[in-house]
Design a protein around this ligand. Sequence first.
Ligand SMILES: Cc1ncc(COP(=O)(O)O)c(C=O)c1O
Length: 433
Amino acid sequence: MKTDSYKVLLEKVYANLAPSFAEDWPKLAATRAEGAYLYTEDGREYLDFTSGIGVTNLGHNHPHVLNAAIEQMKKFSHSAVGITLHEPMLRLTEVLPTVMPEGMNMFFFGNSGSEAVEGALKLARYVSGRPGLIAFRGGFHGRTYAAISVTSVKSKYRLHYEPFVPGIYFAEYANPYRCPVGDTAADAVAWSKRSLENVFNHLIQPSEVAAILVEPVQGEGGYIVPPVEFLNHLRQTCDEHGILLIFDEVQSGFGRTGQMFAAQTLNVRPDIMAVAKGIANGFPLGATVASRELMSEWKAGSHGTTFGGNPVACAAALAVQEVFEKEHILENCREIGKRLFTGMQKLQKAHDFIGEVRGLGLMLALEIIKPDGNKTPDGEKAFKILNHMLDNGLVAYMAGPTGNVIRLIPPLNITAQQADKALEIVEVSMKNM
Ligand SMILES: Cc1ncc(COP(=O)(O)O)c(C=O)c1O
């Protein structure tokens, strides 16, 4: 039987895929991936600086992770939690607390970031008995109903979905680069503090608020690193009013910022965390995490799942942790992160359309603007640059409300040579812009 090439197949069945899902960029006809590279049917090789949007943090098909998954598959690949309590998940609950922020030692496993966020919000309402939830403008938390209800990065994501989950209020994220009342970190923190006060003064009393949900580094919003005072203020506010602080570390977690979690990089303690993406290096797994004291209140039957905590994904997640330790992944992330950051700063000196270079570890971004003195976002130029980069063999992705931020999300075990090669490609792609 003659089989269609990948490309022909893609063209033929494209109409079968929901456009909401399939109309994205760059739709590479990948047939294979290994380490930091994606290989396409036409024989091309691409340095992958997306890592499947912060998922394959150890590179594609890391042999140790792959092997752990295969070995588990030979035993069994599914059994709903409760029908069995399988070993990979049990072992994972022993290993993860050793790398999580202090006190984060009880887990509910799901399959994705959205589910981890759903779990965090449900847990907060359940244990506090309060209805209110506060999230931040520019945040992204996923596509399921509660997750999209707390998401505000793009109104397009929310279009035609009203009414949302009720009881949700938005405050301003502290973004020093785009603060309307001044350019300093202090201005951004003051602006954000005021907006939270406004929520409390005008919309909902703190005593009615179950949780404040925040990405400690905003991901889809544009890889925005807030001043740490912003997060400290949230911590203090939560302590003062008995509100739970939820960190959505779906994108910033599992080594991305140079420590295992941004909570550790920025040294702020959450009460609940949502984690996913890099946890199992590509196998679908997510978790809602909290302290034993808090999560013990979530009584039997109040939340559940069929696929969550899948044994293959859990076996992969265990292997991920072994690789982090054996291959000194965090050290490499910090070292190569610095190297890339320095290179990006050099690029910024050469191009007035690079408004800001920012990030932590290997969660890095270049914000593209019109050099008009107003920091006008230039999504069109960012997209042109991304396309040039792709033509030159480097795949990266956009972020930010208008797509004007180029984010670099390489595997955390990338080599210095690969990082330099990527910088070279970015440089070439920015020439003649
Ligand atoms: C911070 C954050 N939270 C939640 C999600 C949703 O995760 P998922 O797509 O796995 O549902 C994402 C996805 O990009 C994310 O970046």
